[in-house]
Design a protein around this ligand. Structure first.
Ligand SMILES: C[S@@+](CC[C@H](N)C(=O)[O-])C[C@H]1O[C@@H](n2cnc3c(N)ncnc32)[C@H](O)[C@@H]1O
Length: 241
């Protein structure tokens, strides 16, 4: 697997808006020559692949507090879809989201996005509300979100080192660019760190069904299942701790 070519000019290249088949917006990233979502529907992908498959609506029937780790936050659709799904069941459920993305440019782009998600105003506030260069934060109604602008491997090492059982996650969204374009976020070591910060029986959901990804998840200790096929030929992947 190869890293995408990278030089300084790439960092400044324009993220181009793309309209997907469900009418929702995504972007094209020139550095990775990749889009942030499937062309078949960006918001649909967030709902069906991430919010629904992590069973958050079911969890909201019994839990008063839910913690979500959104790795590769991008324009925040996965978190927004999850918050909407939980609020539809119990608007009093306390929701904690920890998002991670290493690119401040895409976080700034959130201000240009109009989304159908009811909670998207909170994502916009998060993108604006900087504590410092590396952290954004918002707390409103039942939702608290922290966003780290950093390499996900560094943040996961830090969280795994803290190893605080009270801060473990109920669901993890893993949404990097493809294993070819972004191999560093699909490794067994990275998956082991993610597992350390998850509750027992918590799920990690991701769009990839690549054999190497699933092998790495298994070697890291997850039980791996097929998710639904949405907008692409293969199934997505659900990994249970
Ligand atoms: C497929 S997009 C994520 C789309 C996002 N989940 C959404 O709903 O908009 C992949 C994201 O991974 C981020 N990324 C790439 N390498 C990263 C790294 N090492 N650590 C953290 N984020 C990274 C990119 O900046 C990009 O926003």
């Amino acid at each position: 697997m190869t890293h995408p070519k990278h030089d300084k000019a790439d960092d400044l290249a324009e993220l181009k808006e793309v309209i997907t088949a469900d009418g929702s917006i995504t972007f094209h990233n020139p550095k990775y020559d990749s889009e942030y979502h499937s062309r078949s529907g960006a918001e649909e992908e967030a709902v069906k692949k991430y919010a629904e498959q992590s069973n958050l609506a079911e969890l909201a029937k019994t839990e008063h507090s839910i913690r979500i780790l959104d790795i590769c936050f991008g324009i925040g659709y996965n978190s927004a879809a999850a918050i909407d799904a939980i609020n539809a069941v119990d608007p009093k459920c306390s929701i904690n989201v920890l998002g991670i993305d290493n690119d401040p440019q895409i976080i700034a782009k959130i201000q240009d996005v109009n989304s159908k998600f009811l909670s998207y105003d909170k994502i916009k506030k998060l993108s604006k509300n900087k504590i410092n260069e590396k952290q954004h934060w918002v707390k409103e109604d039942n939702v608290q979100m922290m966003l780290f602008i950093n390499d996900a491997r560094i943040v996961l090492k830090m969280l795994a080192k803290e190893n605080n059982p009270a801060l473990r996650f109920d669901a993890v969204f893993l949404d990097p660019f493809s294993p070819i374009k972004c191999p560093e976020l699909w490794t067994e070591d990275f998956f082991k760190d993610i597992r350390m910060v998850m509750k027992k029986k918590a799920v990690l959901v991701t769009y990839s069904c690549a054999r190497a990804v699933r092998d790495n998840l298994k070697h890291a200790g997850f039980i791996v299942k097929d998710g639904q096929c949405i907008g692409r030929r293969g199934p997505s992947t659900i990994a249970v701790n």
